[in-house]
Design a protein around this ligand. Structure first.
Ligand SMILES: Cc1cc2nc3c(=O)[nH]c(=O)nc-3n(C[C@H](O)[C@H](O)[C@H](O)COP(=O)(O)OP(=O)(O)OC[C@H]3O[C@@H](n4cnc5c(N)ncnc54)[C@H](O)[C@@H]3O)c2cc1C
Length: 349
């Protein structure tokens, strides 16, 4: 029985495992190795790690778990259920089951990418989803936004470049208010279908359109049609999700189910790696506080039970806080005068 099972070994899960490990908690960290920025070349904006590759960030994170009581399993958790004592998870690939008092889902999100020929080779290199993550490297260059409803994203890109084109890919023209803003900003809107992205060595060169023309662009930012939970666990556990498919969480990433927490992209606040890590730490704090409260309650229960037990003497000793000592009502106890004998036992304790 573990104290905590963490599902997901991204920034959120590793950060939670680190804090919990430092609380002497027995932790099982399960990770299936399919993470949101897996196609990306670099994580930007992560304090002290700006520009590190996503895989290297994880490698260092895992390495730093080594001193602690954290077991890492390369395994998918295929199901999770509640039990009397906490939670039970089923591990994929015949990995059996594991149980813990608390469960943290740090399972991330999955992006609904458009199907455009050429996108796979360029995704994470010249095609991105988040300007905060990737636009600085492309500042001042010809940028594009792809997708219906992409007006706000196109306007936001002006922070990094004055040369922005919005490709609605046939989804229709923006409404009058957005159209006015786009015109004022000098952002060209193209409502023709996008047929292909053309580039070499991961560098986007042109966006090809259904009318046979193409537009020179260095990078494209996607206005995603949607996102979803990477794992089915939240749904299995019937956790309520927002309209953006993030699990609704409360204080310290707790959920509507006692002992169950969700952190990182899966609970959808700001979708930054550093925010996911902070949420993981916050969840770990909440979990440890909950475990501590339970342990203290159990301690008091044991004390109360012991004080009602006729085989137990309640002993108060000058200079000590009153404590309960369980002693055999033996002849030795009676001969030694009881309290004095117990006092020696307590001072050792
Ligand atoms: C192209 C791209 C570039 C990005 N660039 C940046 C950037 O530069 N800077 C930045 O701050 N953010 C960036 N992000 C966002 C960043 O990737 C996320 O915010 C961050 O990865 C969230 O961390 P997480 O731990 O919540 O989820 P993830 O990193 O997605 O990790 C979730 C983990 O859970 C595992 N998992 C899921 N289900 C299960 C299961 N059932 N059993 C076991 N394991 C499971 C997955 O395998 C995965 O390893 C980028 C995103 C994208 C798409």
């Amino acid at each position: 029985m573990y104290d905590v099972i963490v599902v997901g070994g991204g920034p959120a899960g590793i950060s939670a495992a680190l804090v919990l490990g430092r609380c002497n908690r027995r932790v099982l960290l399960c990770d299936s190795g399919r993470y949101r920025n897996g196609h990306s070349q670099a994580v930007h904006g992560f304090l002290s790690r700006d520009g590190i590759s996503p895989a290297e960030l994880r490698r260092i994170g895992r390495e730093q778990l080594a001193p602690y009581s954290v077991k890492i399993l390369e395994a998918e958790v295929t199901s999770a259920t509640r039990t009397d004592r906490g939670f039970r998870v089923q591990l994929g690939g015949g990995g059996g089951q594991a149980e813990a008092r608390k469960l943290l889902l740090a399972t991330g999100l999955i992006d609904a990418l458009p199907e455009i020929p050429g996108l796979d080779e360029l995704y994470g290199r010249s095609v991105f989803v988040c300007p905060y993550c990737d636009a600085w490297e492309l500042r001042g260059q010809p940028l594009g936004v792809h997708g219906g409803g992409g007006a706000a994203l196109a306007l936001s890109l002006l922070t990094w470049s004055a040369d922005v084109v919005l490709f609605t890919d046939g989804a229709g023209w923006p409404g009058p208010e957005d159209a006015d803003k786009l015109t004022a900003a000098g952002i060209r809107v193209i409502d023709t279908h996008v047929t292909r992205l053309i580039g070499q060595g991961g560098v986007l060169e042109r966006v090809e359109l259904a009318d046979g023309t193409s537009v020179r662009r260095r990078a494209l930012f996607l206005k995603l049609a949607g996102q979803g939970q990477r794992s089915a666990l939240a749904q299995q556990l019937e956790l309520p999700v927002s309209d953006k498919q993030g699990v609704r969480t409360g204080d310290r990433e707790c959920t509507s189910i006692n002992g169950l927490y969700v952190a990182g992209d899966a609970s959808r606040d700001l979708l930054f790696a550093v925010v996911a890590a902070a949420e993981g730490a916050s969840a770990a704090f909440g979990i440890n506080c909950e475990l501590q409260a339970e342990e203290q309650e159990q301690m008091m229960l044991t004390r109360r039970q012991a004080s009602q037990d006729p085989a137990v003497e309640h002993v108060a000793i000058a200079g000590h806080r009153p404590r309960v000592a369980r002693v055999a009502r033996s002849a030795r106890w009676a001969r030694a005068g009881g309290v004095r004998h117990a006092a020696r036992g307590l001072s050792r304790g």
